[in-house]
Design a protein around this ligand. Structure first.
Ligand code: FAD
Ligand code: 2HG
Ligand code: ZN
Length: 474
């Protein structure tokens, strides 16, 4: 249980669910109140199996009105709740810590409208990213964001975590691509900020408060999303480098030579490539290298883009910046190369216990963190891997061992976060604070910023029932 893992955490002063509460819930969301602990099990444990709560009730609303009625009631009764999307979050934010009522958005998965010309899609918050892309595809459109968890994560969860992912280099993050949000506040009030306009400078941009606030300020029930066109041509190059200096030079060359068609640059170290090969039996077409870069182009003219990518490959090989490389233009081959990168997180899980750090550090120093961690952990762990969305200065540092070890954990934290703070980095590049990182909020934020965050939380959720124990340290 998370409450055992973090013994300093004390259950808040919230009511406990009674039989009469269950009767009210049954009236508010008929036949969609789950109390069988076996049914709830998967909703009490997070994706990486690191955090486990003791939720006794799961509610499955279908409409905004139902979410509103549930929250109004929970607020009146002082019952704590945790909003849950696809439960793929990596910081323990999506599961209860104690016995919070779980509000699952999974049945709120209707696509409401699509304007093919503007590319604006409006949908309920529980739509899974793959489902949205399935609906967009016949119209030649796609979501501006894509991530390895796309088969399960929901747009409401993506908004609540401001998910980054593999297309951020090209399309930016959800603060720019989400045009409107509908959310229910802790007291049940519905805030309708469902603009579908790209330009709208009329007062405070309130929807931004819900983007990245991890279910602590409201439950997102619907959203409008700006969706780009599916590129006519996508090509991918996988490149192998043997020094870190070569990685930076290759990144620079890719930006310079590919410019407007560059859509992603992803980085994997040798240990990341090994884990997908060993644990998932995927095949890497290149030999063994210290570092790998996956460079993607997206454009409108296949021949032009392929020529540009091949000329990048020719240039970096000739200059000796890259030691080995391959280019794919055929969709299934492109997907095979992407699978190597998209599956690193999945492959790591097979090692047993994974300690995850998703931090931003200056570009020139990012691999030092992995190297220093490797030195520090020595043979006490199975592996230390580093991979990242290279264009965005973050690094996914993962350390695995067969099972949770207090010694390993104690050697990693707060050491990793102190390392990051020393270089004025961020302790969370894209996964949020949840419960796992909440104690380090001050490492990346000033006291005045955290104070304003707390004041906003108090204003929007005065009883603190929305996702308690998350985001803020005690
Ligand atoms: P959950 O995990 O269910 O919830 C996440 C947080 O949002 C919780 O705090 C929860 O309370 C809150 N929440 C969920 N839905 C709502 C709602 N409707 N209203 C209010 N609050 C809500 N993340 C990235 O940023 N980039 C990646 O590239 C990436 N790749 C991943 C790959 C894999 C294999 C996995 C397992 C995860 C990856 N993630 C990545 C992390 C995760 O998928 C994202 O954080 C995702 O946005 C979570 O969406 P979800 O629907 O699963 O939300
Ligand atoms: C990714 O980029 C995800 O693959 C997961 O953000 C990162 O598990 C991780 O460390
Ligand atoms: Zn990531």
């Amino acid at each position: 249980l998370s409450s055992e893992r973090f013994p300093q955490l004390k259950r808040g002063d919230f009511a406990r669910v009674t039989d009469s509460d269950l009767q009210v819930f049954e009236r508010l969301v008929p036949s969609r109140v789950l109390t069988d602990l076996e049914d709830i099990e998967g909703h009490n444990v997070d994706w990486s199996g690191t955090c486990r709560g003791d939720g006794q009730v799961l509610l499955r609303p279908k409409t905004t009105e139902e979410v509103s009625a549930v929250l109004r009631y929970c607020s009146g009764r002082r019952l704590a709740v945790v909003p849950q999307g696809g439960n793929t979050g990596l910081v323990g934010g999506s599961v209860p810590v104690f016995d919070e009522v779980i509000i699952s958005l999974s049945l709120m998965d209707n696509i409401i409208s699509l304007d093919e010309i503007s590319g604006v899609l409006v949908c309920q918050a529980g739509c899974v990213v793959d489902k949205i892309n399935g609906a967009l595809e016949p119209h030649g459109l796609m979501t501006p964001h894509i991530l390895g968890s796309k088969g399960s994560c929901q747009i409401g969860g993506n908004i609540s975590t401001n998910a980054g992912g593999l297309r951020m280099l090209r399309y930016g993050n959800l603060h720019g691509n989400v045009l409107g949000v509908e959310a229910v506040l802790a007291n049940g009030d519905v805030v309708d900020c469902m603009s579908t306009l790209r330009k709208d400078n009329t007062g405070y941009d309130l929807k931004q408060l819900f983007i990245g606030s991890e279910g602590s300020l409201g439950v997102v029930t619907a959203a409008s999303l700006l969706c780009p066109r599916v590129p006519a041509a996508v090509s991918v190059a996988l490149l192998g480098c043997d020094s870190f200096a070569q990685v930076l030079q290759t990144y620079n060359a890719a930006k310079r030579m590919l410019q407007e068609i560059l859509s992603a640059v992803e980085f994997m170290d040798r240990a990341s490539m090994e884990v997908v090969q060993e644990n998932l039996h995927l095949t890497c077409p290149l030999g063994t290298h210290s570092y790998y870069l996956l460079v993607e182009t997206s454009g409108s003219n296949a021949a032009h883009d392929e020529e540009k990518l091949n000329s990048l490959l020719g240039h970096v090989m000739e200059k000796g910046i890259v030691d080995d490389g391959t280019v794919a233009t055929e969709p299934s081959k492109v997907q095979t190369l992407w699978a190597l990168r998209e599956n690193v997180a999945v492959a790591l899980r097979a090692d047993g216990c994974v300690y995850k750090y998703d931090v931003t550090v200056p570009m020139s120093r990012f691999y030092d963190l992995v190297a220093d961690t490797r030195k520090r952990m020595g043979t006490d762990v199975t592996r230390v891997v580093g991979y990242r969305h290279l264009g965005e200065s973050d690094i996914h540092l993962n350390v695995t061992c067969p099972q949770n070890s207090e010694d390993v954990f104690g050697a990693l934290e707060p050491w990793v976060y102190d390392w990051v703070a020393k270089y004025k980095g961020s302790v969370s590049a894209e996964h949020g604070m949840g419960i796992l990182k909440r104690d380090y909020l001050y490492h990346s934020n000033t006291g005045s910023a955290v104070l304003l965050m707390k004041q906003l939380k108090k204003l929007m959720d005065p009883k603190g029932i929305l996702n308690p124990y998350k985001v803020f340290p005690d």
